[in-house]
Write a protein that binds this ligand. Structure first.
Ligand code: NAD
Length: 399
């Protein structure tokens, strides 16, 4: 296909296309955070790493951290759309192409699998690649965020929902396209919706991956596996922690505990939940109330110079918990806490003070909605500094 000038197309707040040069620049910038800071000479640095959900957000940041922070060989699994006709590929597709380009430049082994991580076929394909190229694995990162899952055993399609449980919940929210601050009331989920969300975002699939890898003898002694979670402040609990997504995260906690027990017994391995900070990703922007909370949080954390990007968080995860620190501190429930800065009392007091005062008129003054919007567009490769958007670019890439 001839190269073309790509302008952002959106429906409401959602971007319908992506810019390859902007995505490439985002990946390049995340990699640059590791210049001169590799811990690859550390005997405990992971060498062979599988990242499930590796094309955007926390998974991409983790994969970059494993590769450029530790010199690891990585396999990334994700579900992204290639370019077709006059449609661009999805942002994660371009991110992955850029990941491979830079990995080749820096002589880092990388393999990628674009498929449905919930399926048996995808796991079998990953296992074949791992056996050939990355065995045994010493780190598995589970960073999926998906709206649906086809169950590999029943064939049933489960759709996740973002709803409160038990009673309706009313809160202030921002309509992302019109920038109107309004009050919304969300109706509680049905029992089926709760179960479906747990099926999609809970721990069953993580457990299936780890069982499949263990069954094939592909896990190294002292292997570690980490899945990501979120807790956040009480302000978001009816929607998040006590809602359908929270029910799924509690299931993930239980899976971590049982995986930890079996891995430590068999391989002296560990399974962790890492509770990460709220950041702008495609997944988090879809949760009602959360974008307004993140906009207020960004304002407060930036003023205090505490804000962190996904790659800052991933770097802290690896340096503090995964490389050379077998007994790193965890909370009373055994979880790694990377949300410590977000949850600081002075930060949360300030966010709680701002939140009820926000109106349509003062949204951009009281919160960093502009920053939220820019970061959201950045996710799709738009409004990225240093990119010439008037220049025609190729849309078809591969790795
Ligand atoms: P994201 O939307 O940026 O990334 C999701 C990833 O999952 C992508 O790589 C996507 O391709 C992949 N994916 C989705 N469906 C798939 C499928 N069927 N098969 C294979 N890959 C698939 O999301 P994110 O925000 O980085 O979330 C990752 C994890 O981090 C989630 O567990 C989320 O709850 C957690 N987390 C997010 C935040 C936040 O604020 N964004 C905070 C704390 C924890």
């Amino acid at each position: 296909m001839p190269s073309q000038v790509i302008k952002r197309r959106s429906r409401g707040f959602i971007c319908l296309n992506a810019h390859p040069a902007g995505c490439r620049r985002n990946v390049e910038r995340q990699i640059a955070a590791f210049a001169g800071k590799s811990s690859s000479s550390d005997a405990n640095a992971p060498r062979n790493v599988l990242v499930i959900g590796s094309s955007t957000g926390y998974g991409l940041a983790s994969r970059i951290s494993a590769a450029w922070g530790c010199g690891a060989r990585t396999l990334g699994v994700f579900f992204e759309r290639p370019a077709s006709g006059d449609k661009t590929a999805s942002a994660g597709f371009y991110n992955n192409a850029a990941f491979h380009e830079f990995a080749a430049r820096d002589s880092l082994f990388a393999a990628s699998l674009n498929g449905d991580a919930f399926s048996d076929a995808c796991k079998a394909e990953a296992i074949a690649i791992i056996r050939r190229e990355l065995a045994p694995l010493d780190l598995v990162i589970y960073s999926l965020a998906s709206p649906r899952r086809t169950h590999p055993q029943t064939g049933e399609i489960h759709n996740s929902v973002l709803k409160p449980i038990g009673q309706p919940y009313s809160s202030r929210t921002v309509e992302l396209d019109s920038e109107k601050v309004t009050d919304v009331t969300l109706q509680p989920a049905t029992e089926k919706e709760i179960a479906d969300t747990v099926s999609v975002m809970g721990g069953e699939d993580w457990r299936m991956w780890m069982d499949a890898l263990a069954g094939e003898g592909l896990l190294a002694p002292r292997v570690r596996t980490v899945a990501y979670s979120y807790i956040g402040p009480e302000l978001t609990w009816p929607m998040y922690r006590d809602g359908t997504i929270g029910a799924a995260k509690k299931d993930l906690d239980r899976t971590a505990a049982s995986l930890d027990a079996s891995l430590s017994q068999k391989l002296e391995g560990r399974a962790y939940i890492s509770v990460n900070k709220a950041v702008v990703t495609q997944a988090s922007a879809a949760i009602p109330v959360v974008p307004l909370y993140i906009s207020a949080l960004m304002k407060v954390m930036r003023a205090k110079q505490l804000d962190e990007s996904p790659v800052d968080q991933a770097r802290r995860l690896f340096a503090g918990f995964l490389v050379g620190s077998p007994n790193a501190p965890v909370d009373e429930a055994g979880r790694i806490r990377l949300d410590d800065r977000e949850m600081r009392n002075d930060v949360q007091v300030e966010v709680a003070r701002i939140f009820p005062q926000v109106t349509t008129d003062n949204l951009r003054e009281l919160t960093d909605f502009a920053g939220f919007q820019r970061e959201f567009r950045n996710l799709f490769g738009f409004e990225v500094d240093g990119v010439d958007y008037e220049r025609p670019v190729e849309t078809e890439y591969t790795w």
